[in-house]
Design a protein around this ligand. Structure first.
Ligand SMILES: Nc1ncnc2c1ncn2[C@@H]1O[C@H](COP(=O)(O)OP(=O)(O)OP(=O)(O)O)[C@@H](O)[C@H]1O
Ligand SMILES: O=C(O)c1ccc[n+]([C@@H]2O[C@H](COP(=O)([O-])O)[C@@H](O)[C@H]2O)c1
Length: 209
């Protein structure tokens, strides 16, 4: 049975932190594939300051070069922005695949604001990657109050495909301080470097859907 890790994000822009935590999660969970779902628009984030999807996708393609990670715009194809709907579509489309949802601790802190967040947890296991500045608050947050009884120990990781859901595991990655916010602060017009549907070096690559 094929295993695929899914990590949704704004990728405004994608950065080395995304790449590093994805490769770490792939290794920890022994995943066959790892897909980034570049969001058409996070429903909880303002559209102001959000670069166009083609530029964010192009930055994601750039960051995944020479890695097994696939940058996708699958939510654009599905016409979804809510993760619960996206994941329901993916599970229906690929019934033989075992998916795991990957997110940073900052997302766990906000998770109780996501639409039908408990349904997401019932659909597939969730792996939370430690992130500097968020871990303690995320563990003390409202989503964790519900998740607490479903937490799995990292030493059980080798058989995560057999876990019943909900299931949540913390992956302790070396703290990676990189963030898109810091990149935008230093370079607000980063997306000007990307031609539509292309990558920084001007070579157009296939967009995986
Ligand atoms: N340095 C990091 N450590 C752990 N998780 C991270 C890190 N950077 C991003 N992530 C995770 O990657 C996913 C996509 O993140 P996103 O595209 O929002 O990047 P970001 O750096 O958090 O952006 P922003 O600063 O604009 O909020 C989220 O699950 C987020 O928690
Ligand atoms: O489904 C929701 O209600 C929801 C609310 C906020 C964020 N998300 C998803 O969370 C992922 C991370 O978003 P971001 O902006 O923190 O990178 C991305 O896939 C978003 O679509 C989803």
């Amino acid at each position: 049975m094929k295993t695929i890790g899914l990590m949704g994000g704004s990728f405004n822009p994608a950065h080395g932190g995304h790449r590093a935590i994805s490769l770490f999660a792939m290794d920890s969970l022994c995943l066959d594939e790892f897909w980034w779902l570049v969001s058409p628009g996070n429903p909880l984030k303002p559209t102001k300051g959000m670069a166009p999807l083609p530029a964010r996708l192009a930055s994601a393609k750039d960051q995944t070069r020479r890695t097994p990670i696939k940058a996708t715009a699958i939510e654009r194809e599905f016409g979804t922005v809510y993760t619960a709907e996206t994941l329901k579509n993916l599970v229906a489309r690929y019934p033989k695949v075992r998916f795991v949802w990957i997110m940073g601790a900052d997302n766990l802190l906000q998770f109780h604001h996501w639409k039908r967040w408990r349904d997401i947890a019932r659909l597939m296991p969730i792996a939370v990657i430690a992130r500097p500045g968020y871990d303690a608050r995320a563990v003390a947050g409202p989503a964790m109050a519900w998740f607490r009884r479903f937490v799995r120990r990292p030493d059980q990781l080798h058989h995560w495909t057999k876990w019943s859901t909900p299931a949540l595991v913390f992956l302790r990655f070396r703290p990676d301080p990189r963030s898109a916010t810091a990149i935008r602060r230093a370079d607000p017009y980063w997306f000007h470097r990307y031609k539509e549907h292309g990558t920084r070096d001007g070579v157009t690559r296939n967009i995986v859907l």
